[in-house]
Design a protein around this ligand. Sequence first.
Ligand SMILES: Cc1cc2nc3c(=O)[nH]c(=O)nc-3n(C[C@H](O)[C@H](O)[C@H](O)COP(=O)(O)O)c2cc1C
Length: 146
Amino acid sequence: MKSIIVYASTHHGNTKKVVDAIVSECGVESVDAISVQEKDLSEYDLIGFASGIYAAKFHPQIIKFAQDNLPDNKKIFFIMTSAMDKDFSKSITSSLKDKKFDVVGAFSCKGYNTFGPFKLVGGTGKGHPDEKDLKNAVEFYKGLTL
Ligand SMILES: Cc1cc2nc3c(=O)[nH]c(=O)nc-3n(C[C@H](O)[C@H](O)[C@H](O)COP(=O)(O)O)c2cc1C
């Protein structure tokens, strides 16, 4: 099975840490949607979209990348890091209404956050993603490819 993870990680590189853990453990390909806007994804069986959460949404460039490049009838999954550690994936699926895809999983963990007033108190989620988060993410990915 050929897989790729498309990511955007602009605040503290939290999401990139999660993606990199999966890349180094599982040998999956990854691409940064901040620097790459176009890619032919037709040869991939499983496509992940990974993002920090900004104002309750995936990064706009991840959404744009998916709108522009995701072929129909692919298996897709989501990885997100956020202050609230919640499943924010509806914010991307609702932007892909014209496409056909099968969501096979979503992973969320806390990410260090110093946005706005949180900076004044040293931020939230300090140290996250931590080793346990990274291990959980790798297990999550392995579970998708069994
Ligand atoms: C501009 C901005 C807005 C954010 N909005 C939210 C939010 O709505 N909900 C949340 O749980 N976390 C929010 N966060 C925290 C980030 O989602 C969290 O720090 C995430 O791990 C950042 O990922 P990154 O380092 O990969 O960019 C926000 C952070 C920033 C900088």
